[in-house]
Design a protein around this ligand. Structure first.
Ligand SMILES: [Mg+2]
Length: 131
């Protein structure tokens, strides 16, 4: 599978990519603007991402805005719901309001940092990204 990891913190980015690289090819970006660029580039190349791990607190464009933008683009491009990219929000914030907003904008799951690998794998199974 093709995975995009958007995370501004180096340590978290390294950790998430180390875990996720077992399951697919990972692209790494460091802010929300790059995340949107990478998403659009993949669409243009007709090699869309299967999964995006999206940090909420990021420079330039925050994760919730990136999520909202991607869902809007999917709607504009008439992507069938079952083909929508799976998006897992990640954050160290215990901010339930922000997490609720992310679910309102149709993220698929939420993982709090530090990431619990076992829980993350369960989420991947639940989203049918792995067996
Ligand atoms: Mg961050």
């Amino acid at each position: 599978m093709k995975i995009l990891i958007a995370e501004d913190d180096l340590v978290s980015r390294r950790f998430i990519s180390k875990v996720m690289s077992k399951y697919g090819e990972c692209d790494l970006v460091v802010d929300g603007l790059e995340a949107i660029d990478a998403y659009m580039m993949a669409i243009k190349d007709e090699e869309p991402y299967d999964l995006i791990c999206l940090d909420i607190m990021m420079p330039k464009v925050d994760g919730v805005k990136v999520l909202k933008t991607i869902r809007e683009l999917e709607q504009q491009n008439k992507v069938e719901p079952e083909k929508h990219v799976k998006i897992i929000m990640t954050t160290a914030l215990g901010d339930t309001d922000v997490v609720q907003t992310a679910f309102d904008y149709q993220c698929d799951a939420y993982a709090s940092k530090p990431i619990d690998i076992q829980k993350l794998i369960e989420v991947l199974r639940k989203l049918k990204l792995i067996d």
